[in-house]
Design a protein around this ligand. Structure first.
Ligand SMILES: Nc1ncnc2c1ncn2[C@@H]1O[C@H](COP(=O)(O)O)[C@@H](O)[C@H]1OP(=O)(O)O
Ligand SMILES: [Mg+2]
Ligand SMILES: [Mg+2]
Ligand SMILES: [Mg+2]
Length: 357
């Protein structure tokens, strides 16, 4: 099968990075610093980026990576850098065979910083480029909500492989979303799911932990978007952060579609995963600020996983997301993810609301 090795490496790399993010999730001090754009980054984000890029470069040395984080602030803050190194150097998968496939441990703190900076590809529509968000939903991660470790392989501008590790979502695909899902999340028993897709091969879910090359049963299940026919019964997913997408527009769209259930708010691409397995029906992300351009690492894996599960993903104009234009989605505004049979109806309602403003 095409992209078999890429999928295996991506799944194991995300699972290994999630061991680190889960450890940081339970710590009070998460080593948070503020980036130039005022958004937070933690020791978990840096550590996960190092582990995942190391695994990619070990297996596919000439591939490029568009990663969210960079190491410049760490080179100036020795304490922070050594805290991250102390976490990174000890992380390994249960299964030695799988660990070896990822190239084993990173050798030194200096090498770790250089690896983090290998996420500096400019992106584009030529060649093999991985899009990496080591922790998507950092604000949720800090708040104790949902977050996701996100990795996708883009070849000549087209997403071919997508993997989302969601440590705080239920393993069970059938568990309904609850209104407080995004608020007090945990990674206790029964939590932690890994969503995956390869273009043309469908989408799956499986438990995020206790997996590896020698595990007999990895519990891989095919997933599908919901079979909703009456859109008024839809469960809508949206961001927690009011600055990331317009809740006011979502409320007007819901009203137009006759949706009466309150939207489920959760951070990160966990929303794409939830729609892909039919736990939620719709994911709407309408811009708040006209000047914000979405980043490819915030959407590449989720876009493929939803489409391979039978959904459709477009921007507010009805165009597919274009991942071949660099590090950002310069041609797209907003995101609408929905089962294919209701997407047109939802898009129409979105456009009516936006045009009436
Ligand atoms: N103004 C904005 N509009 C839309 N998305 C944003 C905005 N500011 C930050 N983001 C990004 O939204 C993502 C989280 O989305 P959600 O709220 O749905 O979980 C984060 O990756 C975050 O980027 P960053 O990682 O730089 O904070
Ligand atoms: Mg993100
Ligand atoms: Mg991030
Ligand atoms: Mg961030």
């Amino acid at each position: 099968m095409a992209y078999e090795k890429e999928l295996q490496v991506a799944q194991l790399a995300v699972a290994r990075a999630a061991i680190l993010t889960k450890a940081v999730f339970h710590e009070k001090a998460k080593g948070t610093v503020s980036k130039d754009d005022k958004s937070p980054v933690t020791i978990g984000d840096f550590g996960a980026q190092a582990l995942i890029i190391a695994a990619i470069k070990h297996n596919f040395p000439s591939d490029e990576v568009v990663g969210e984080e960079e190491a410049s602030s760490l080179r100036e803050q020795k304490d922070l850098s050594s805290t991250i190194w102390n976490l990174v150097k000890d992380v390994k998968l249960d299964d030695p065979e799988s660990d070896a496939l990822l190239g084993g441990p990173i050798r030194s703190e200096a090498e770790m910083l250089d690896i983090i900076d290998m996420g500096n590809s400019a992106g584009g529509n030529k060649g093999r480029i991985w899009a990496l968000d080591p922790i998507d939903g950092t604000k949720g991660f800090l708040r104790g909500g949902q977050y996701a470790v996100c990795l996708a392989l883009i070849v000549d501008g087209d997403v071919k492989v997508g993997v989302l590790g969601c440590p705080n979502l239920p393993i069970d695909d059938r568990e309904p979303l609850t209104e407080d899902m995004g608020a007090a999340a945990s990674d206790a028993e029964g939590k932690g799911v890994l969503f995956s897709a390869v273009l043309g091969q469908g989408a799956t879910s499986q438990p995020l932990t206790r997996r590896g090359a020698s595990t007999d049963s990895t519990g891989v299940r095919p997933i599908h978007v919901s079979k909703i026919s009456d859109v008024s019964e839809a469960v809508m997913c949206e961001s927690v952060e009011p600055g990331h997408s317009s809740k006011g527009d979502n409320a007007l769209i819901a009203e137009k579609l006759g949706i009466t259930r309150k939207p489920v708010q959760m951070d990160s691409q966990a929303k794409y995963g939830s729609v892909a397995r039919g736990a939620g029906d719709l994911y709407l992300r309408l811009p708040v600020r006209k000047d914000y351009i979405e980043k490819i690492w915030d959407h590449a894996a989720g876009d493929l996983i939803v489409r391979e599960a039978g959904g459709q993903v477009t921007d507010v104009a009805g165009n597919r997301l274009n991942f071949g234009l660099g590090r950002t989605l310069t041609e797209n505004k907003g995101v609408i993810a929905a089962p294919a049979n209701v997407h047109a109806q939802v898009l129409k309602a979105v456009q009516e609301v936006l045009n009436s403003k």
